[in-house]
Design a protein around this ligand. Structure first.
Ligand code: ACO
Length: 405
Protein backbone atom coordinates (compact mmCIF):
# COMPACT_ATOMS: atom_id res chain seq x y z
CA UNK A 1 0.00 0.00 0.00
CA UNK A 2 1.56 3.29 -1.13
CA UNK A 3 0.45 6.58 0.31
CA UNK A 4 1.28 9.83 -1.54
CA UNK A 5 1.04 13.07 0.39
CA UNK A 6 1.99 16.67 -0.33
CA UNK A 7 4.86 18.12 1.66
CA UNK A 8 5.12 21.31 3.67
CA UNK A 9 8.10 23.28 4.96
CA UNK A 10 8.35 20.90 7.96
CA UNK A 11 9.07 17.98 5.62
CA UNK A 12 11.94 19.72 3.86
CA UNK A 13 14.75 17.80 5.57
CA UNK A 14 13.01 14.43 5.14
CA UNK A 15 12.30 15.22 1.48
CA UNK A 16 15.91 16.21 0.80
CA UNK A 17 17.32 13.15 2.59
CA UNK A 18 14.93 10.70 0.89
CA UNK A 19 15.65 12.16 -2.52
CA UNK A 20 19.43 11.97 -1.92
CA UNK A 21 19.10 8.32 -0.80
CA UNK A 22 17.20 7.51 -4.03
CA UNK A 23 20.16 8.87 -6.03
CA UNK A 24 22.72 7.28 -3.63
CA UNK A 25 24.04 10.78 -2.93
CA UNK A 26 24.93 12.40 0.37
CA UNK A 27 23.49 15.76 1.38
CA UNK A 28 26.13 18.50 0.85
CA UNK A 29 27.57 19.89 4.08
CA UNK A 30 26.12 23.39 3.66
CA UNK A 31 24.50 25.92 5.97
CA UNK A 32 21.27 25.04 7.77
CA UNK A 33 19.04 26.67 5.17
CA UNK A 34 20.93 24.87 2.38
CA UNK A 35 22.02 28.11 0.65
CA UNK A 36 24.63 27.30 -1.96
CA UNK A 37 23.48 23.69 -2.41
CA UNK A 38 22.09 22.64 -5.80
CA UNK A 39 18.77 21.77 -4.16
CA UNK A 40 18.36 24.98 -2.21
CA UNK A 41 15.67 26.40 -4.51
CA UNK A 42 13.32 23.47 -3.81
CA UNK A 43 9.81 24.63 -3.08
CA UNK A 44 8.92 22.55 0.00
CA UNK A 45 5.21 23.25 -0.31
CA UNK A 46 5.14 21.74 -3.82
CA UNK A 47 6.71 18.35 -3.09
CA UNK A 48 5.16 14.89 -2.90
CA UNK A 49 6.35 12.22 -0.52
CA UNK A 50 5.51 8.54 -1.06
CA UNK A 51 5.33 6.37 2.05
CA UNK A 52 5.11 2.61 2.51
CA UNK A 53 2.59 0.80 4.75
CA UNK A 54 4.81 1.52 7.81
CA UNK A 55 4.80 5.25 7.05
CA UNK A 56 8.44 5.26 5.94
CA UNK A 57 9.32 7.80 3.23
CA UNK A 58 10.30 5.86 0.10
CA UNK A 59 9.88 8.31 -2.78
CA UNK A 60 9.91 12.00 -3.71
CA UNK A 61 8.76 14.25 -6.54
CA UNK A 62 9.11 18.03 -6.54
CA UNK A 63 8.12 20.93 -8.76
CA UNK A 64 9.55 24.39 -9.35
CA UNK A 65 7.34 27.33 -10.32
CA UNK A 66 8.80 28.49 -13.64
CA UNK A 67 7.92 30.19 -16.90
CA UNK A 68 8.54 28.66 -20.33
CA UNK A 69 9.06 30.61 -23.54
CA UNK A 70 7.12 29.18 -26.48
CA UNK A 71 7.67 29.87 -30.20
CA UNK A 72 6.75 33.46 -31.02
CA UNK A 73 8.14 34.66 -27.68
CA UNK A 74 4.96 33.74 -25.80
CA UNK A 75 5.57 33.01 -22.13
CA UNK A 76 3.49 30.56 -20.08
CA UNK A 77 3.65 29.41 -16.46
CA UNK A 78 4.91 25.85 -16.11
CA UNK A 79 5.96 23.47 -13.39
CA UNK A 80 9.51 22.19 -13.65
CA UNK A 81 9.29 18.64 -12.31
CA UNK A 82 12.35 17.71 -10.26
CA UNK A 83 13.80 15.57 -7.47
CA UNK A 84 12.01 12.43 -8.64
CA UNK A 85 13.35 9.39 -6.86
CA UNK A 86 12.34 6.10 -5.29
CA UNK A 87 14.53 4.26 -2.78
CA UNK A 88 16.44 1.39 -4.46
CA UNK A 89 14.78 -0.98 -1.99
CA UNK A 90 11.30 -0.08 -3.28
CA UNK A 91 11.67 0.16 -7.07
CA UNK A 92 9.54 -1.39 -9.82
CA UNK A 93 6.48 -1.61 -7.61
CA UNK A 94 4.63 1.33 -9.09
CA UNK A 95 5.76 4.06 -6.65
CA UNK A 96 6.83 6.45 -9.41
CA UNK A 97 3.67 5.70 -11.38
CA UNK A 98 1.54 6.61 -8.36
CA UNK A 99 3.50 9.85 -7.79
CA UNK A 100 3.24 10.84 -11.48
CA UNK A 101 -0.52 10.25 -11.48
CA UNK A 102 -0.96 12.42 -8.42
CA UNK A 103 1.43 15.11 -9.67
CA UNK A 104 -0.18 15.42 -13.10
CA UNK A 105 -3.57 15.89 -11.43
CA UNK A 106 -2.08 18.61 -9.19
CA UNK A 107 -0.44 20.38 -12.14
CA UNK A 108 -3.68 20.35 -14.12
CA UNK A 109 -5.51 21.77 -11.11
CA UNK A 110 -3.11 24.75 -11.27
CA UNK A 111 -4.45 25.45 -14.76
CA UNK A 112 -1.07 25.01 -16.46
CA UNK A 113 -1.02 23.91 -20.10
CA UNK A 114 2.42 22.27 -20.06
CA UNK A 115 4.82 20.67 -17.57
CA UNK A 116 8.57 20.24 -18.16
CA UNK A 117 11.43 18.22 -16.75
CA UNK A 118 14.99 17.08 -17.41
CA UNK A 119 15.12 13.30 -17.56
CA UNK A 120 17.95 11.37 -15.86
CA UNK A 121 17.22 8.51 -18.28
CA UNK A 122 15.34 8.74 -21.55
CA UNK A 123 13.39 5.52 -20.87
CA UNK A 124 11.49 6.80 -17.83
CA UNK A 125 9.03 9.54 -18.75
CA UNK A 126 7.39 8.85 -22.11
CA UNK A 127 4.93 6.47 -20.46
CA UNK A 128 3.71 9.46 -18.41
CA UNK A 129 3.21 11.60 -21.53
CA UNK A 130 6.50 13.57 -21.64
CA UNK A 131 8.46 13.88 -24.88
CA UNK A 132 11.95 15.34 -25.53
CA UNK A 133 11.45 18.90 -26.80
CA UNK A 134 14.84 20.64 -26.76
CA UNK A 135 18.30 19.35 -27.46
CA UNK A 136 21.79 20.52 -26.62
CA UNK A 137 25.41 19.70 -27.36
CA UNK A 138 28.93 20.74 -26.40
CA UNK A 139 31.44 22.16 -28.88
CA UNK A 140 35.17 21.77 -28.23
CA UNK A 141 37.50 24.00 -30.21
CA UNK A 142 41.27 23.31 -30.10
CA UNK A 143 43.10 26.63 -29.70
CA UNK A 144 45.29 26.03 -32.74
CA UNK A 145 42.14 25.84 -34.90
CA UNK A 146 40.30 28.69 -33.18
CA UNK A 147 40.65 31.39 -35.83
CA UNK A 148 37.37 33.08 -36.73
CA UNK A 149 36.67 34.08 -40.29
CA UNK A 150 35.48 37.62 -41.10
CA UNK A 151 31.78 37.82 -42.08
CA UNK A 152 31.53 37.20 -45.85
CA UNK A 153 28.61 39.62 -46.08
CA UNK A 154 31.12 42.38 -45.38
CA UNK A 155 28.89 43.60 -42.54
CA UNK A 156 30.71 45.74 -40.02
CA UNK A 157 30.91 44.11 -36.60
CA UNK A 158 28.82 46.04 -34.06
CA UNK A 159 30.76 47.94 -31.44
CA UNK A 160 30.67 46.47 -27.95
CA UNK A 161 32.96 45.71 -25.04
CA UNK A 162 33.88 42.69 -22.96
CA UNK A 163 34.63 43.22 -19.27
CA UNK A 164 36.22 40.59 -17.00
CA UNK A 165 34.52 40.07 -13.63
CA UNK A 166 34.41 37.48 -10.86
CA UNK A 167 31.15 35.57 -10.58
CA UNK A 168 30.52 37.05 -7.10
CA UNK A 169 30.76 40.63 -8.45
CA UNK A 170 28.41 39.92 -11.30
CA UNK A 171 25.42 37.98 -9.91
CA UNK A 172 22.89 40.81 -10.33
CA UNK A 173 24.02 41.45 -13.90
CA UNK A 174 23.94 37.73 -14.72
CA UNK A 175 20.37 37.54 -13.45
CA UNK A 176 19.30 40.50 -15.62
CA UNK A 177 21.03 39.27 -18.78
CA UNK A 178 19.75 35.71 -18.37
CA UNK A 179 16.21 37.01 -17.90
CA UNK A 180 16.40 39.11 -21.06
CA UNK A 181 17.77 36.14 -23.02
CA UNK A 182 15.22 33.54 -21.84
CA UNK A 183 12.27 35.70 -22.90
CA UNK A 184 13.30 35.50 -26.54
CA UNK A 185 14.44 31.88 -26.86
CA UNK A 186 11.76 29.19 -27.27
CA UNK A 187 12.40 26.35 -24.85
CA UNK A 188 14.12 28.59 -22.28
CA UNK A 189 12.79 28.68 -18.73
CA UNK A 190 12.95 31.41 -16.12
CA UNK A 191 15.41 31.40 -13.27
CA UNK A 192 13.38 32.97 -10.48
CA UNK A 193 15.22 35.42 -8.19
CA UNK A 194 15.10 32.78 -5.45
CA UNK A 195 17.60 30.67 -7.44
CA UNK A 196 20.17 33.47 -7.67
CA UNK A 197 19.61 34.60 -4.09
CA UNK A 198 20.11 31.08 -2.75
CA UNK A 199 22.92 30.09 -5.10
CA UNK A 200 20.94 27.05 -6.30
CA UNK A 201 21.59 24.86 -9.32
CA UNK A 202 24.84 24.80 -11.24
CA UNK A 203 27.41 27.57 -11.94
CA UNK A 204 27.11 30.45 -12.47
CA UNK A 205 24.02 30.37 -10.22
CA UNK A 206 25.87 28.20 -7.69
CA UNK A 207 28.58 30.24 -5.93
CA UNK A 208 31.55 28.30 -7.35
CA UNK A 209 34.71 30.21 -8.37
CA UNK A 210 34.10 31.41 -11.89
CA UNK A 211 35.28 34.20 -14.16
CA UNK A 212 32.60 36.04 -16.06
CA UNK A 213 33.12 37.79 -19.39
CA UNK A 214 30.36 40.40 -19.52
CA UNK A 215 29.44 41.90 -22.88
CA UNK A 216 27.98 45.40 -23.18
CA UNK A 217 26.48 46.79 -26.37
CA UNK A 218 27.59 50.09 -27.94
CA UNK A 219 25.38 51.97 -25.44
CA UNK A 220 26.98 50.21 -22.47
CA UNK A 221 23.95 48.01 -21.74
CA UNK A 222 24.92 44.47 -20.58
CA UNK A 223 23.58 42.02 -23.19
CA UNK A 224 25.63 38.87 -22.80
CA UNK A 225 27.96 36.89 -20.57
CA UNK A 226 30.06 33.76 -20.50
CA UNK A 227 30.85 32.03 -17.20
CA UNK A 228 34.01 29.93 -17.24
CA UNK A 229 36.88 28.31 -15.39
CA UNK A 230 39.99 26.42 -16.42
CA UNK A 231 39.89 22.69 -15.74
CA UNK A 232 42.79 20.20 -15.92
CA UNK A 233 45.14 23.15 -16.62
CA UNK A 234 44.41 22.75 -20.35
CA UNK A 235 40.70 23.29 -20.99
CA UNK A 236 38.81 26.53 -20.67
CA UNK A 237 35.33 25.22 -19.86
CA UNK A 238 32.43 27.58 -20.48
CA UNK A 239 29.40 26.75 -18.30
CA UNK A 240 27.08 28.82 -20.42
CA UNK A 241 27.18 31.63 -22.90
CA UNK A 242 24.08 33.79 -22.69
CA UNK A 243 23.58 36.51 -25.24
CA UNK A 244 20.61 38.63 -26.23
CA UNK A 245 22.08 39.15 -29.71
CA UNK A 246 24.26 37.22 -32.16
CA UNK A 247 26.77 40.09 -32.02
CA UNK A 248 27.18 39.65 -28.27
CA UNK A 249 27.61 35.87 -28.67
CA UNK A 250 30.25 36.35 -31.37
CA UNK A 251 32.18 38.89 -29.28
CA UNK A 252 32.16 36.52 -26.30
CA UNK A 253 33.24 33.56 -28.46
CA UNK A 254 36.14 35.65 -29.82
CA UNK A 255 37.17 36.56 -26.25
CA UNK A 256 37.05 32.93 -25.07
CA UNK A 257 38.77 31.48 -28.13
CA UNK A 258 41.54 34.06 -27.78
CA UNK A 259 42.43 32.98 -24.22
CA UNK A 260 46.14 32.19 -23.89
CA UNK A 261 47.67 29.19 -22.11
CA UNK A 262 44.86 26.73 -22.78
CA UNK A 263 44.78 23.95 -25.36
CA UNK A 264 41.05 23.94 -26.00
CA UNK A 265 37.83 25.81 -25.28
CA UNK A 266 34.82 23.70 -24.35
CA UNK A 267 31.48 25.43 -24.89
CA UNK A 268 28.83 23.55 -22.93
CA UNK A 269 25.21 23.88 -24.01
CA UNK A 270 25.36 25.24 -27.52
CA UNK A 271 21.98 25.41 -29.31
CA UNK A 272 21.71 23.03 -32.30
CA UNK A 273 21.30 25.97 -34.71
CA UNK A 274 24.21 28.07 -33.40
CA UNK A 275 26.35 29.59 -36.18
CA UNK A 276 29.70 29.19 -34.34
CA UNK A 277 30.94 26.29 -36.57
CA UNK A 278 30.29 28.54 -39.59
CA UNK A 279 32.23 31.40 -37.98
CA UNK A 280 35.39 29.33 -37.55
CA UNK A 281 37.80 29.56 -40.48
CA UNK A 282 38.03 25.73 -40.40
CA UNK A 283 34.46 24.38 -40.48
CA UNK A 284 35.64 21.11 -38.86
CA UNK A 285 37.50 22.85 -36.04
CA UNK A 286 34.66 22.44 -33.54
CA UNK A 287 34.36 18.88 -32.30
CA UNK A 288 30.71 18.17 -31.56
CA UNK A 289 30.07 16.62 -28.16
CA UNK A 290 27.14 14.35 -27.52
CA UNK A 291 23.92 15.73 -28.96
CA UNK A 292 21.45 15.02 -26.18
CA UNK A 293 17.88 15.59 -25.09
CA UNK A 294 17.42 18.35 -22.54
CA UNK A 295 13.96 19.73 -21.78
CA UNK A 296 11.04 17.28 -21.91
CA UNK A 297 7.52 18.69 -22.31
CA UNK A 298 4.20 17.22 -21.19
CA UNK A 299 1.05 18.77 -22.63
CA UNK A 300 -1.59 18.95 -19.89
CA UNK A 301 -4.22 20.82 -21.89
CA UNK A 302 -4.08 20.42 -25.67
CA UNK A 303 -6.08 23.51 -26.77
CA UNK A 304 -4.44 25.73 -24.13
CA UNK A 305 -0.93 24.66 -25.18
CA UNK A 306 -1.57 25.05 -28.91
CA UNK A 307 -3.27 28.44 -28.62
CA UNK A 308 -0.56 29.75 -26.28
CA UNK A 309 2.33 29.43 -28.73
CA UNK A 310 2.98 31.75 -31.67
CA UNK A 311 2.74 30.50 -35.26
CA UNK A 312 4.42 31.84 -38.37
CA UNK A 313 2.26 30.25 -41.11
CA UNK A 314 -1.48 30.07 -41.64
CA UNK A 315 -3.02 26.62 -41.93
CA UNK A 316 -5.37 23.98 -40.62
CA UNK A 317 -4.72 20.56 -39.16
CA UNK A 318 -6.93 17.98 -37.46
CA UNK A 319 -4.99 16.25 -34.69
CA UNK A 320 -6.07 13.01 -33.08
CA UNK A 321 -4.21 12.90 -29.76
CA UNK A 322 -4.05 9.82 -27.57
CA UNK A 323 -3.16 10.18 -23.88
CA UNK A 324 -3.00 6.58 -22.57
CA UNK A 325 -1.63 7.43 -19.10
CA UNK A 326 -4.57 9.73 -18.36
CA UNK A 327 -6.99 7.54 -20.35
CA UNK A 328 -7.99 10.42 -22.66
CA UNK A 329 -8.45 10.89 -26.37
CA UNK A 330 -8.86 14.29 -28.07
CA UNK A 331 -9.57 15.22 -31.66
CA UNK A 332 -9.01 18.91 -32.31
CA UNK A 333 -9.12 21.21 -35.30
CA UNK A 334 -6.11 23.54 -35.14
CA UNK A 335 -6.61 26.68 -37.24
CA UNK A 336 -3.88 29.30 -37.54
CA UNK A 337 -4.58 32.77 -38.97
CA UNK A 338 -2.21 35.73 -38.66
CA UNK A 339 -0.02 34.08 -36.04
CA UNK A 340 -2.88 33.14 -33.69
CA UNK A 341 -4.37 29.68 -33.32
CA UNK A 342 -7.78 28.40 -32.38
CA UNK A 343 -8.11 24.80 -31.29
CA UNK A 344 -11.57 23.27 -30.95
CA UNK A 345 -13.00 19.75 -30.69
CA UNK A 346 -14.03 18.34 -34.07
CA UNK A 347 -15.40 15.19 -35.65
CA UNK A 348 -13.66 15.91 -38.97
CA UNK A 349 -11.35 13.19 -40.31
CA UNK A 350 -7.87 13.51 -38.76
CA UNK A 351 -4.75 14.61 -40.62
CA UNK A 352 -2.38 13.21 -38.00
CA UNK A 353 -2.76 10.74 -35.12
CA UNK A 354 -0.21 11.04 -32.36
CA UNK A 355 0.61 10.24 -28.75
CA UNK A 356 0.53 13.09 -26.22
CA UNK A 357 4.31 12.62 -25.65
CA UNK A 358 4.93 13.27 -29.36
CA UNK A 359 2.82 16.42 -29.15
CA UNK A 360 5.22 17.52 -26.37
CA UNK A 361 8.16 16.88 -28.71
CA UNK A 362 6.76 18.96 -31.60
CA UNK A 363 5.19 21.75 -29.51
CA UNK A 364 8.32 23.93 -29.33
CA UNK A 365 9.43 23.25 -32.91
CA UNK A 366 12.59 21.32 -31.93
CA UNK A 367 11.40 18.16 -33.69
CA UNK A 368 9.45 18.25 -36.94
CA UNK A 369 6.27 16.17 -37.22
CA UNK A 370 7.58 14.61 -40.45
CA UNK A 371 10.58 13.19 -38.55
CA UNK A 372 8.23 11.40 -36.18
CA UNK A 373 6.10 10.21 -39.10
CA UNK A 374 9.25 8.76 -40.68
CA UNK A 375 10.17 7.17 -37.34
CA UNK A 376 6.79 5.45 -37.33
CA UNK A 377 5.43 7.30 -34.27
CA UNK A 378 2.96 9.74 -35.88
CA UNK A 379 0.42 8.39 -38.30
CA UNK A 380 -0.25 10.62 -41.32
CA UNK A 381 -3.70 9.98 -42.76
CA UNK A 382 -2.79 11.42 -46.18
CA UNK A 383 0.48 12.15 -48.01
CA UNK A 384 0.57 15.95 -47.63
CA UNK A 385 -0.16 15.93 -43.87
CA UNK A 386 3.51 15.74 -42.69
CA UNK A 387 4.62 18.71 -44.82
CA UNK A 388 1.61 20.81 -43.72
CA UNK A 389 2.30 19.93 -40.10
CA UNK A 390 6.01 20.81 -40.47
CA UNK A 391 5.16 24.21 -41.97
CA UNK A 392 2.86 24.96 -39.04
CA UNK A 393 4.90 23.63 -36.11
CA UNK A 394 8.32 24.92 -37.25
CA UNK A 395 9.58 27.56 -34.81
CA UNK A 396 10.99 30.96 -35.74
CA UNK A 397 14.06 30.02 -33.64
CA UNK A 398 15.37 26.61 -32.64
CA UNK A 399 14.25 25.90 -29.07
CA UNK A 400 17.00 25.61 -26.48
CA UNK A 401 17.10 25.43 -22.70
CA UNK A 402 20.27 26.26 -20.77
CA UNK A 403 18.81 25.88 -17.33
CA UNK A 404 19.56 22.78 -15.25
CA UNK A 405 16.97 21.95 -12.61
C1 ACO B 1 12.88 14.89 -13.31
C2 ACO B 1 13.80 14.03 -12.49
O1 ACO B 1 13.91 14.19 -11.33
S1 ACO B 1 14.68 12.79 -13.30
C3 ACO B 1 15.30 11.73 -12.00
C4 ACO B 1 14.67 10.37 -11.97
N1 ACO B 1 15.24 9.64 -10.84
C5 ACO B 1 16.32 8.86 -10.91
O2 ACO B 1 16.89 8.62 -11.97
C6 ACO B 1 16.81 8.29 -9.59
C7 ACO B 1 17.08 6.79 -9.65
N2 ACO B 1 15.91 6.02 -10.08
C8 ACO B 1 14.77 5.92 -9.33
O3 ACO B 1 14.63 6.54 -8.29
C9 ACO B 1 13.65 5.03 -9.84
O4 ACO B 1 14.22 3.94 -10.55
C10 ACO B 1 12.62 5.73 -10.76
C11 ACO B 1 12.08 6.95 -10.06
C12 ACO B 1 13.29 6.16 -12.06
C13 ACO B 1 11.52 4.74 -11.10
O5 ACO B 1 10.74 4.48 -9.93
P1 ACO B 1 9.86 3.14 -9.78
O6 ACO B 1 9.01 3.32 -8.58
O7 ACO B 1 10.77 1.97 -9.82
O8 ACO B 1 8.98 3.19 -11.10
P2 ACO B 1 7.64 2.35 -11.36
O9 ACO B 1 7.69 1.06 -10.57
O10 ACO B 1 6.47 3.22 -11.17
O11 ACO B 1 7.85 2.03 -12.90
C14 ACO B 1 6.87 2.28 -13.88
C15 ACO B 1 7.34 1.69 -15.19
O12 ACO B 1 8.51 2.40 -15.63
C16 ACO B 1 9.58 1.48 -15.87
N3 ACO B 1 10.80 2.16 -15.43
C17 ACO B 1 10.98 2.83 -14.28
N4 ACO B 1 12.23 3.32 -14.24
C18 ACO B 1 12.84 2.94 -15.38
C19 ACO B 1 14.15 3.13 -15.88
N5 ACO B 1 15.08 3.80 -15.19
N6 ACO B 1 14.44 2.61 -17.08
C20 ACO B 1 13.51 1.90 -17.78
N7 ACO B 1 12.24 1.69 -17.33
C21 ACO B 1 11.92 2.20 -16.14
C22 ACO B 1 9.24 0.29 -15.00
O13 ACO B 1 9.87 -0.88 -15.47
C23 ACO B 1 7.74 0.22 -15.11
O14 ACO B 1 7.39 -0.37 -16.34
P3 ACO B 1 6.07 -1.28 -16.50
O15 ACO B 1 4.92 -0.36 -16.16
O16 ACO B 1 6.10 -1.67 -17.92
O17 ACO B 1 6.24 -2.38 -15.53
Amino acid sequence: MIDIRPTSAQDHQLFVETMHAAFALFVDPVGEDGTGAWWSAFEPERGLLARDADGRAIGTAGAYTLELTLPGGRIVPVSGVTAVGVLPSHRRRGVLTAMMRRQLADLRARGEAVAVLLASEALIYRRFGYGPATYTRALTVPRHKAALTPPRSGAAEPAGTVELLHRDQAVDLLEQVYDRHRRTRPGAVSRPHRWWARGAGQPPIAPKPRYVALHRDADGTPDGYASYAIEDKRSLVVDETVAATDAAYTALARYLLGHDLVQQVVFRHVPPDHPLPWQLADYNAAEQGKHTDWLWARVLDVPAALTARGWSTDGELVLDVDDPFLGEHHRHLLTVRGGEASCVPTDRAPDLSLDISDLGSILLGGTLPSTLVRAGHLHAHHPDAPARADALFRSDREPHCLHWF
